[in-house]
Design a protein around this ligand. Structure first.
Ligand SMILES: [Zn+2]
Length: 494
């Protein structure tokens, strides 16, 4: 075995894993790593709390307003007529990037930063092909390996995929909704342990498990089938830790664990079209005829208006704030804090101000009521099957994400109470590899987690913003740590 002092990094992602589901009895291997490393107890994702937004923030160290992937789906007004974009397919991401002159993602990505220093990023992911691509969207051009656990077309390169299939068997087929997606997680873990690490030894590897997100969405957030999926991906981490404790750690590998958001349970139907109809606005989906306000599907509340005038935005927001499902609302800025619609915040208060952002961004109202499995966290939803897991808003259970870091660089058995975010992972990795970070990376280096701490505790301040219109009140809590600001959570009541 070659022992090198050079550090390498393995990031293991658990899509949609809530920190309160990480327990010694349900996730013994995550707990095993916690004992050896640092647990980030105030780790947050970005708003909106959706996978492809958060993955892009993870690799760019920047929020949606800076990197520009403002939703799993969004409307791009850069096209005439404006075009509805769903970033779920790898080919769509590639075509959009080509159309945008290579600027689909508007901040430099970890893969690019590594490549410019002759280093490599390998991605092994079982998420959607689009999410997989966004973890290193320039991989093909950079000569970096990307492997999807399901989608042949997401692979870079085809010969490498063929070589791995020859060793491990064919790519597992996607599972039907309602059944845990297990085989792909096992296949990808084997691909890393048996082929990618021994043969390529990437400087940074992202191993991304699509569970428990897939089971939470289609079986239920704390349903037995989902807990089984959590135990299964935890066991895959166990295989990785067996390798790490035997040789990876001595080879300088640092492990960082993250989830991209939590989950709430959809409990009641939000009638957005009904609320807007009271103002004469016809609300529908992209592509439907005679629609005044396009509502983006799923849980990222986003409304794009045909007439985005201030008067129209104010009228629509006033009607929404009368509705029981309305959570925090964000519109174009009136000033640093307030949006143009009374009672709303400026989009930039949540770092979501971008040319692609919706005219009206909002979260669906959420609370801590128990779901059928005794787990707190419920929400209104425009379209999700009631009783099943969903995310995209600003509730603490959606914004809280898992964060663990372990290896020679990190403290052992340490709980860090300092707020941190998914956008801190890339800057921290570049710091460990002694690579200067791009200026667009606004996340910070998590120095308080380092073994060789500079003993300078970060300055932490909590900010609460509130706004009201009539009986409607909303709030946004943010943390400021030195010069970095995190959105903690938001709420609304009426
Ligand atoms: Zn996700």
């Amino acid at each position: 075995m070659t022992v090198t002092t050079d550090k390498r990094v393995l990031i293991v992602l658990f899509d949609g894993l809530r920190p309160d589901l990480v327990r010694p009895e349900t996730t013994p291997n995550l707990h095993r790593l916690q004992r050896q490393g640092v647990t980030l107890t105030h780790q947050r994702t970005v708003y909106p709390s959706e996978t492809r937004i958060a993955f892009t923030s993870l690799v760019t160290g920047a929020p949606a307003g800076r990197h520009g992937i403002v939703g799993n789906s969004y409307i791009d007004r850069g096209f005439t007529p404006p075009r509805y974009i769903d970033t779920g397919e790898a080919q769509v991401v590639e075509a959009l990037d080509a159309d945008a002159g290579g600027r689909l993602v508007q901040a430099p990505s970890l893969g690019e930063a590594l490549a410019s220093h002759g280093r490599t990023l390998a991605v092994l992911a079982s998420n959607s092909a689009g999410a997989t691509r966004l973890l290193n969207h320039k991989a093909a051009g950079l000569g970096h390996l990307t492997l999807s656990g399901h989608h042949r077309r997401a692979a870079t390169s085809v010969p490498m995929l063929a070589a791995i299939e020859a060793r491990l068997g064919s790519l597992p087929k996607p599972e039907p909704k309602g059944k845990p997606d297990l085989a792909a997680q096992q296949w990808l873990t084997s691909a890393f342990l048996d082929v990618v690490w021994p043969e390529l030894t990437p400087d940074v590897t992202i191993l991304s498990f699509a569970e428990p997100d897939f089971s939470s969405h289609y079986i239920g957030t704390a349903a037995p089938g989902t807990l089984h999926a959590i135990a299964f991906v935890d066991a895959q981490l166990g295989r990785v830790l067996d390798w790490w404790e035997a040789e990876g750690r001595d080879a300088g590998v640092q492990i960082m664990i993250a989830s991209d958001h939590g989950h709430l349970t959809a409990r009641a139907r939000a009638d957005v079209a009904g609320a807007l109809a009271t103002t004469g606005l016809r609300c529908g989906r992209a592509g439907q005829p005679d629609v005044d306000a396009v509502l983006i599907p799923s849980q990222t509340g986003a409304l794009y208006l045909r007439d985005p005038s201030e008067a129209a935005v104010r009228r629509a927001v006033a009607a929404m704030m009368e509705a029981p499902w309305c959570g925090p609302v964000f519109t174009a800025p009136r000033n640093e804090i307030d949006g143009i619609a009374p009672g709303s915040f400026a989009r930039h208060l949540a770092f979501a101000e971008h040319a692609r952002s919706a005219d009206i961004m909002f979260a669906y109202r959420a609370d801590d009521e128990l779901d059928p499995f005794g787990l707190p966290g419920g929400t209104w939803s425009p379209d999700w099957a009631l009783g099943y897991g969903i995310h995209g808003g600003l509730h603490q259970r959606e914004m809280a994400s898992v964060g663990i870091a372990a290896g020679s660089a990190f403290k052992a058995g340490f709980e860090s109470q300092t707020p941190s975010g998914i956008g801190d992972i890339a800057p921290t990795i570049l710091s460990l590899l002694e690579i200067a970070r791009p200026a667009e990376m606004t996340g910070r280096v998590l120095e308080e987690t380092f073994q060789q701490d500079n003993d300078c505790l970060p300055r932490v301040e909590r900010e609460t913003h509130e706004s009201a219109a009539g009986a409607f009140r909303q709030g946004l809590v943010r943390w400021r740590v030195n010069d970095t600001i995190y959105v903690d959570h938001g709420w609304a009541e009426s």
